[in-house]
Design a protein around this ligand. Sequence first.
Ligand SMILES: NC(=O)c1ccc[n+]([C@@H]2O[C@H](COP(=O)([O-])OP(=O)(O)OC[C@H]3O[C@@H](n4cnc5c(N)ncnc54)[C@H](OP(=O)(O)O)[C@@H]3O)[C@@H](O)[C@H]2O)c1
Length: 323
Amino acid sequence: MTSQPAARTAAPSPTTVGSASASQPADDRPVALITGGSGDIGAAAIERLLLDGYRIAATYHRNADRAAALQRRLDPNGDRLTFYRLDLVPRNVREAAARTDGGAADDQDDDVEAVVAAAVSRFGRLDALVHCAAIIDTTPLWQATAAQIDTVLHAGITAPLLLVRAAASLTTQPSLVSEDPPHETRRGSLRSVVVVTSVAERFIGPDSAAYHASKAALAAITRYLACHLAPGIRVNAVAPGAIDSGPNAADPHWPRRMLSARIPAARPGTPADVADAIAYLVSPHAAYVTGHTLYVDGGLSASLTPPPARARSATADERNASR
Ligand SMILES: NC(=O)c1ccc[n+]([C@@H]2O[C@H](COP(=O)([O-])OP(=O)(O)OC[C@H]3O[C@@H](n4cnc5c(N)ncnc54)[C@H](OP(=O)(O)O)[C@@H]3O)[C@@H](O)[C@H]2O)c1
């Protein structure tokens, strides 16, 4: 697949896998945009939301083969699923990182707003945004350059902010993004946002400081946007724990048995466990849930939470002194 610059106009044409035709005839089925659709959790979310009746615009970054394989398996005609290439990191940030690494920056000029516009143009509406993509980074702080840190923070914080803003403003009445309630939404406009954070937003794990910071920021962004986009758009987060996916699944040394012994559910999670939580949060079953982070971790974080300090019993001397 060749790289193409994504246009910045109202009807951009980012690189796609599958059907990329212009607006389709009227179709009442809801539409979800899923970033990181070539990843394990994103792919599970695609499968699950297709089952729930959604049409899906999904993104991949480097793994065009996985996107193409999913397209062939799930929707070979491209009626209900279209992939777009997206890099959450803009070219200037990539180039700065490449200069310090001594590598070469990919010349694609991706743009999160362009992908949102392309999805809306392709399907004619956008009901849900599911942000799964992230740079999963484990660089120790003392080895990370400032440019590398910026890259992780941009992908984890700035990009989702731009994504949500683009999705909300492209699909809703202008009043929705203004300061003044009451907000209005129109049919086919964005109703629900789910971002994938991590238990790393609260607990310290093997990932980098920048990754932890980005997930904690995304949890704060979730609460902020839930308030500012209410009542038209619900915004929630799913925080996976130790999931047998992504870099973990690819690592033969990932300590599955040790984790199974520590996780109350006695196993690592699966991408489908996370996808089920995403499907719930975008659905009308979660109509009264917003600003919430749903931990999908088999009880791992509950087991890590220290019990409240027990009130110290007064010593005999203290009891005597108080008489
Ligand atoms: N696995 C876990 O245990 C775990 C735990 C907590 C939270 N999470 C979160 O769950 C989400 C999905 O993770 P996963 O386990 O499914 O990992 P994964 O299989 O490695 O998926 C990562 C996804 O992010 C995309 N991506 C990476 N860099 C990108 C960039 N610069 N621009 C755009 N997209 C980019 C990848 O695209 P390509 O593959 O096409 O390059 C891929 O689709 C992430 O937000 C992660 O932080 C995972």
